[in-house]
Ligand binder design. Structure first.
Ligand SMILES: CC(C)(COP(=O)(O)OP(=O)(O)OC[C@H]1O[C@@H](n2cnc3c(N)ncnc32)[C@H](O)[C@@H]1OP(=O)(O)O)[C@@H](O)C(=O)NCCC(=O)NCCS
Length: 573
């Protein structure tokens, strides 16, 4: 399960329209974090990367709680400057957000104390201030840990089935500790940077207690430092038998002199408290392995894990892999797609269900499989005139191979051919976000959008058709979607599409959703990533293209004129 955050954690970003707020929201979304809303006072009604913006955390909580597709907020991360942290944190805690992550540095100590007291009163937890955040590898990131999603994915090896919990008092070293552990073949359950300030929310001992309870964690690695009593308090918990999992620690600041601040506000030795020697001795007496230099930490963790026969260690083959894939595993006499034995899938799983499985990693139920089949069938061929077919047949008529001819057709599937599926889904997603953040109904937002589009002469992708006034395929797709549990009440993109149709009808210009729009709305409601929508269209169209290429090569004369040749020259004479 990891600690504090996982795949299902619904995250609010306060300060989402700011510089870091926007940049980090993109990274968190890319990693898979479920960001459900943002806050910047005075900016309600906007959307950042499809995430609705509210004026306050209180407003976000009330709107998102009543939205059945979200249902609430589990955590908030604050990318607001130090001076605004207290107000923003009290806003979140007052709204009932149970976990608040305070990224900013230089938050006044009095403000941190006021936040601590409000959190205690409401039973909320907070991490920071001055924290890089939390990461649960393979599940979610909140804050700045790991930088780009690609690097976070590459550096931190997810638990399988267990990993080591990392607690750090240093931001940069939280990532480095998890990175070097990964290089040594150690999997990570969660990483928590508790923050560098003197007054903090969750401290090292509290986080260790959470790792103790976590079934996915079987050892704890600590990057400690001088100052305060976090390491001593952890040692106390170990002595009392409340933390029984092995602890491997490094304590930074050995050379620091008393009274000198060592990098962080919280890292200061005052009198005899918080010394390096005192912390090392307390941890060792309590049974922890404490290494002298940071470089020794990974091997010490490996040694402890090996001694326990822990499954947090990667196999030699996993460690040596130059790159990894999460799609298909091949072993002698065994092939497993997304963790499912291919022989078991064959004959029991429809092609549509298998496509859904390989694209999302999730096994759909039978009704969703049938809906995916219907989507693929609906796009198998749209006649001889679409660009993909013209391209494939033209290339085929030159004597090119089957693969080259089909590839030519596939190459023409882009933004303006097949792209309406993704464009329409993104348009509907924006409409939903605007309705959510502005408090207006989807019908009101759709009416405003249709009015704007009419005034500017723009077109909405996925609505209307040059031949069909009532597309024969959309009715059937929506029927199957309803059977799969997606109707206007449960499928928010489908509901938004219906609102747009009503808005067009209301201005006397009925413009029904077409097959591309319907597929976009349904795939979005099925939780498929919009960036693969064009791929679904390609998967569906390949059989049609193969049929056209073979027909062209077996029935027609080579170098046939396929495209209209009616053209005139208007260059220099
Ligand atoms: C927190 C921090 C990252 C913000 O920096 P930033 O993104 O450059 O700041 P910006 O001014 O661009 O954005 C802040 C946003 O918060 C918004 N904001 C202010 N008060 C707010 C509140 N109560 N609720 C929500 N948003 C608020 C601002 O309006 C602003 O948005 P805008 O630009 O759209 O108006 C920066 O102040 C900081 O502390 N950096 C250091 C972080 C760090 O290193 N931490 C320790 C890791 S080890």
């Amino acid at each position: 399960m990891a600690i504090l955050i996982d795949r299902s954690t619904r995250v609010l970003v306060q300060g989402i329209t700011g510089r870091e707020g926007q940049a980090r929201t993109r990274l968190m979304l890319d990693y898979g974090t479920r960001v459900v809303g943002g806050v910047t006072p005075g900016k309600a009604g906007q959307a950042v990367l499809g995430v609705p913006v509210f004026d306050s955390a209180a407003e976000a909580m009330s709107r998102l709680k009543s939205d059945p597709s979200v249902g609430g907020i589990d955590a908030s991360v604050l990318f607001v400057p130090a001076g605004a942290v207290k107000d923003a944190a009290l806003d979140a805690i007052g709204a009932g957000v149970p976990l608040v992550v305070l990224v900013a540095d230089r938050v006044p100590v009095w403000d941190a104390m006021a936040i601590a007291s409000a959190a205690r009163a409401r039973g909320a937890r907070f991490v920071g201030p001055n924290t890089l955040g939390i990461a649960s590898p393979g599940k979610a990131v909140i804050g700045m840990i790991g930088g780009r999603a690609e690097s976070a994915r590459e550096w931190f090896k997810p638990p399988r089935p267990t990993g080591v919990g990392v607690i750090s008092r240093s931001g940069g070293m939280s990532s480095s500790t998890a990175y070097y552990l990964g290089q040594a073949g150690v999997r990570i359950s969660s990483i928590v940077h508790v923050g560098g300030d003197a007054v903090l929310g969750l401290r090292v001992p509290e986080v260790a207690l959470m790792f103790e309870e976590d079934a996915e964690t079987d050892a704890i690695a600590v990057f400690g430092e001088i100052g305060g009593s976090q390491e001593e308090d952890l040692a106390e918990l170990m002595r009392a038998g409340r933390v029984r999992k092995p602890v491997v620690a490094y304590v930074g600041g050995k050379a620091a002199k008393a009274g000198t601040r060592f990098s962080h506000a919280g890292a200061i030795i005052e009198g005899t408290r918080g010394t390096h020697a005192g912390k090392v001795a307390a941890l060792r007496e309590a049974g922890a392995v404490v290494v002298e230099s940071f470089g020794e930490l990974p091997e010490a963790v490996v040694g402890v894990l090996r001694g326990r026969g822990s499954r947090s260690l990667m196999t030699e083959a996993e460690r040596k892999a130059v790159w990894t894939t999460g799609i298909t595993r091949i072993e002698p006499n065994k092939v497993a797609v997304r963790g499912r034995d291919i022989a078991e899938l064959m004959g029991r799983t429809s092609f549509g269900a298998a496509v859904y499985l390989i694209l999302t990693g999730r096994m759909p139920d039978e009704r969703v499989g049938r809906l995916m089949d219907a989507i693929l069938v609906s796009s198998i061929d749209h006649g001889a005139t679409p660009p993909s077919c013209l391209a494939a047949r033209t290339v085929a008529s030159t004597g090119a191979s089957l693969s080259a001819s089909v590839a030519a057709g596939i190459s023409s599937i882009n933004r303006h051919h097949g792209g309406a599926i993704e464009d329409c889904a993104r348009f509907l997603g924006g409409l939903i976000a605007t309705a959510r953040s502005s408090g207006r109904t989807r019908d009101e937002v759709a009416a405003a959008e249709v009015g704007r589009i009419k005034a500017t002469g723009e077109r909405i992708s996925g609505f209307g058709h040059r031949i069909h006034t009532k597309d024969p395929r959309t009715g059937r797709l929506f029927e199957l979607a309803a059977e799969a549990g997606l109707d206007e009440a449960r499928g928010e993109h489908i509901a938004a599409a219906r609102a747009v149709e009503r808005a067009f009808a209301a201005i006397g210009r009925p413009l029904p959703i077409n097959v591309d729009g319907a597929i976009g709305a349904i795939l979005a409601d099925l939780g498929v990533e919009p960036r693969v929508f064009n791929g679904v269209f390609m998967i569906a169209r390949v059989p049609g293209l193969v049929a056209h290429v073979v027909e062209e090569q077996t029935r027609e004369r080579p170098m046939r004129r396929i495209d209209p040749v009616n053209h005139a020259y208007d260059g220099p004479m």
